[in-house]
Design a protein around this ligand. Structure first.
Ligand code: HEM
Length: 399
């Protein structure tokens, strides 16, 4: 639960370091610049587990930045006069600037794939990836002026009314951020990944609750008429607030139900694909073993063996393990060979992001099995994972 961890750690750090951050925000920003640079320039194949988790999961995937934006959002709706609200309201601008700096690493990590395809070959992006990329672009465009005007020096030079008007666009940013996550997670949900459902449910709850609290606050801020209408108007307003909460809760429930059904359908689809693959693997193994039998018969009769002619042609029957380097680290595979033919490829280990690896695995493994060579086309946008699988298979078959 990376998001919960980030929310807890950042909440604690901001509470403990409130004075220091307020007095010397430059050091705070420099710290995030350093974190961003580290995650941009550190090699992708990190082997030290805590560092790999920090860089690959929390920084490059945008979880830390996302949790900081959540604090910025929640600052205004946290219980009034609580210590946490005071801290978050005081540090709101600094946290927003820190989060924007952190998104740089995330933008570079994922922009390399999505933006490159968006501007060069948009047809290769799935529809939900295309929409998510467009939202990301809009978010970046919004974030630039919002971040620049969050600096005290800039804010002081601006007209207060204009500053407030500009900062209202942050609500649009939050909305786009939630939609960005929704569309980006669609891939994982459609593949039946329950972990995506849990993360998605968490984001939906956090954004939904925020929407309820924020609208209630805005609604209750409106002045009420004085007596004699006061009590009736107050009761009517309360009823409206209850209706508003009910409507948002219902919307959240529908979104979650839809996500749940998407995951169930994805699981069913994956089970069907796995069945088809295992049937074709079994058929391939059968044909290889009958070829093996006829080969040994041929050998007995002095004729040339009729085995496979691909990369595994000279490899004795058996199972072999091999390694290759993917996007985030080593990929380990188990390759089964029967009568000079690759009959199955199993991925034993990978650190690559599920989102990319799934495409690479599906395309490259099938292509190797069909063509009996490791020189097959890489999956578009998942070149490193594809190359890693090809190299691992090649490595497994080497004597
Ligand atoms: C202002 C800019 C951006 C912000 C604030 C942002 C924020 C986020 C957040 C909070 C997540 C969810 C992380 C999680 O809990 O799993 C996320 C996921 C993701 N974002 Fe962004 N994002 C931004 C821009 C981009 C851009 C430009 C791209 C690529 C074009 C992108 C691609 C992705 C992808 C692929 C994921 C899914 C990561 C995964 O879980 O595997 N984002 N983003």
């Amino acid at each position: 639960m990376s998001l919960v961890l980030c929310l807890a750690v950042t909440g604690l750090c901001f509470s403990l370091l409130e004075k220091q951050i307020r007095r010397r925000p430059v050091f705070f920003y420099l710290f995030f610049v350093l974190l961003s640079l580290l995650s941009i320039f550190l090699p992708k194949q990190l082997t030290v587990p805590p560092l790999a988790y920090l860089v690959n999961r929390l920084l490059r995937r945008g979880v830390l930045a996302g949790s900081m934006f959540l604090w910025v959002m929640y600052a205004i709706v946290l219980p009034q006069k609580s210590r946490l609200q005071r801290v978050m309201m005081t540090l709101r601008a600094q946290i927003a600037i820190g989060a924007s700096i952190l998104t740089l690493a995330h933008n570079i990590a994922y922009g390399q794939r999505y933006f490159v395809l968006l501007f060069t070959n948009a047809g290769k992006l799935k529809s939900y990836e295309l929409i998510a990329s467009c939202f990301s672009l809009a978010m970046i465009l919004l974030l630039l002026p919002l971040t620049v005007t969050s600096f005290q020096v800039v804010r002081r030079k601006m007209n207060a009314k204009r500053w407030k008007q500009l900062q209202r666009f942050s609500y649009l940013f939050y909305g786009l951020l939630y939609l960005h996550i929704c569309f980006i997670y669609t891939g994982g949900l459609r593949k039946g990944k329950s972990e995506y459902l849990v993360q998605f449910a968490l984001y939906t709850l956090l954004y939904g609750i925020y929407l309820m609290l924020r609208l209630t606050k805005a609604f209750l801020k409106k002045p009420l008429p004085t007596a004699p209408d006061y009590a009736a108007k107050r009761a009517a307003r309360r009823r409206k607030v209850i209706c508003l909460h009910g409507a948002i809760s219902l919307l959240m429930l529908l979104v979650l139900l839809f996500a749940f059904r998407t995951v169930q359908a994805g699981k069913q689809g994956s089970a069907d694909t796995a069945q088809v693959q295992s049937t074709s693997a079994a058929e391939s193994a059968n044909s290889a073993s009958s070829a093996s039998e006829s080969a040994s018969k041929a050998e007995d009769t002095g004729a040339a063996p009729a085995c496979g002619s691909g990369i595994a042609a000279a490899v004795p029957d058996g199972e072999y393990e091999g390694k290759g380097v993917g996007y985030n680290g080593n990929i380990k595979v188990k390759v089964s060979v029967a009568c000079g033919k690759i009959t199955a490829i199993e991925i034993l280990k990978t650190d690559d992001d599920e989102e990319y690896f799934y495409d690479a695995k599906k395309q490259v493994v099938n292509a190797i099995l069909e063509q009996q060579t490791t020189e097959v086309d890489a999956a578009s946008g998942a070149t490193s994972s594809s190359d890693g699988i090809m190299k691992a298979v090649k490595n497994a078959l080497q004597p």
